[in-house]
Design a protein around this ligand. Structure first.
Ligand code: 5AD
Ligand code: SF4
Length: 443
């Protein structure tokens, strides 16, 4: 979501003359877009700010955006007084004005401290310009915020309550993205499957999006098991554009810990959803998030998580040590787990997940799978894309012209090698023959 937000901030700043650059040294304005989900992410902001500080001498303006800005606005100005501007995630549409205010303050007093961490009554989405550009695979935020209040999580406090963009606005933006060259759209939301901007929820939106010509792949992330309704499960069997891959976090496989986490469902409820998804779409692959060492997690609770992972067999998953977040109920629970126990459990869990990921990747060797090519690779004439299951796939083309031709396209690829985090393959024989025909110089 921060990738999407950063792109939209660039769009908002374009009319007032700002152009995005990848090189911080070139920038007149540096915006750190930050994450507050775990302590490590939040602390990184301060070390990054320290590194940026010398740039102030050249007159560079430094801004902090995102959830750390929202949660720690005043703390940021205290710890890094050279920051010019702090802007929360709901105020990005106001950036041009905020930057102008900060510039004016700097001129008049040599120092600015502009802070906007409101939850404005107006929706920022109504004030943002049309999307300016898009790669083959685009993000589209359709929902923000969360009302679930999991005991460990800061999101309901930093991003606020649940909000869904109206279906018309989403369809308009999807049209713009496809017009700009997107073939794949990933719908985003902290609780994306709670989307209610369409009468039929996320299922209804996906059905409508599937009618957009040129949009060949649809994904959505991140979902909560409680909002995985029957209609949404049915859509997985019904809409071929909806990719057979779902990120559905469970966090823990222990009912006792799920209750402590306030997840409002048990491990069995989750397994039933997975079964139903596999009936609807037999080739669906699954991903999840796991937290180890949540307050109260016993050895037996942890083993229940390991057992659930073995049952589901994930294609991929993210896992984290529980991190205390200020203001959340779990941070005040008295049975906190020692750091070394968390580390041990995380290592065991990641070992299992890595094995499953390698097994999943190895299963694709020898088969032909459609790959959407998104960018050039590190090697000459190499291109990199994604399989329907989100695996990165590396392919070498006959020459640079072929590489350029395939970018942005979905092509069948024969998989020849599987690694922990990627696949290698060749464009299918037929395609290679086509290419050779089209390039007489090589015939
Ligand atoms: N500690 C560790 N992991 C967390 N997550 C959310 N809050 C915490 C926390 N306090 C993880 C969850 C969530 C993912 C985005 O981040 O697994 O699904
Ligand atoms: Fe956080 Fe997700 Fe729980 Fe909402 S549903 S509180 S975003 S973990």
């Amino acid at each position: 979501m921060n990738v999407y937000d950063s792109a939209r901030m660039a769009d908002v700043m374009a009319p007032v003359g700002y152009v995005a650059t990848d090189v911080a040294d070139d920038a007149d304005l540096v915006i750190l877009n930050t994450c507050h989900i775990r302590e490590k992410a939040a602390e990184k902001v301060y070390s990054e700010l320290g590194r940026l500080r010398p740039k102030k001498e050249d007159g560079t303006m430094i801004a902090v955006a995102g959830c750390v800005a929202q949660a720690e606005g005043d703390e940021i100005l205290r710890r890094a007084p050279y920051v010019d501007l702090v802007v929360g995630p709901q105020s990005y549409h106001r950036l041009p004005k905020l930057v102008a205010d900060a510039t004016a303050e700097n001129k008049s007093s040599g120092r600015s401290r502009v802070v906007d961490t409101d939850f404005p009554a107006e929706s920022k989405f109504d004030f943002m310009p049309a999307v300016q550009s898009s790669g083959p695979s685009a993000f589209l935020t359709i929902q923000e915020g969360c009302d679930k209040f999991c005991a460990f999580c800061v999101v309901p406090y930093t991003r606020g309550g649940e909000f869904s963009r109206p279906v018309e606005a989403v369809l308009t933006e999807a049209d713009q993205l496809v017009g700009n060259g997107a073939t794949e759209i990933t719908l985003l939301g902290q609780n994306v499957n709670a989307y209610h901007g369409d009468d039929q929820g996320l299922a209804g939106l996906i059905r409508k999006l599937a009618n957009i010509e040129g949009l060949e792949r649809i994904r959505y992330t991140t979902s909560h098991p409680r909002d995985m309704n029957l209609d949404l499960i049915a859509v997985h069997g019904e809409i071929p554009e909806l990719m057979p891959y779902l990120h559905l976090p469970i966090q823990s496989g222990s009912d006792a810990i799920l209750a402590r986490m306030n997840r409002k469902h048990g491990a069995d409820d989750y397994l039933k959803i997975i079964d139903a998804l596999r009936v609807a779409r037999p080739d669906i692959a699954l991903s999840s998030d796991f937290i180890v060492g949540h307050p109260g997690e016993s050895d037996a609770d942890f083993e229940a998580t390991m057992a659930l992972i073995k049952k589901v067999e994930y294609a991929q998953a993210y896992s984290f040590k529980y991190s205390k977040r200020p203001g959340t109920p779990a941070s005040d629970m008295d049975d906190q787990i020692p750091e070394d126990v968390k580390s041990e459990r995380l290592a065991a869990l990641q070992n299992l997940l890595n094995q499953q990921q390698i097994t999943f990747n190895e299963q694709t060797v020898g088969s032909s799978i459609p790959v959407l090519f998104e960018r050039r690779g590190k090697l000459p004439n190499q291109i990199v894309g994604r399989s329907p299951y989100m695996q990165a796939v590396h392919v070498s083309c006959v020459d640079a012209a072929a590489a350029d031709r395939y970018l942005g396209k979905i092509m069948p690829v024969r998989i020849t090698g599987a690694f922990a985090n990627s696949l290698a393959g060749n464009l299918d024989d037929e395609v290679v023959a086509e290419t050779t025909k089209m390039e007489p110089a090589r015939a």
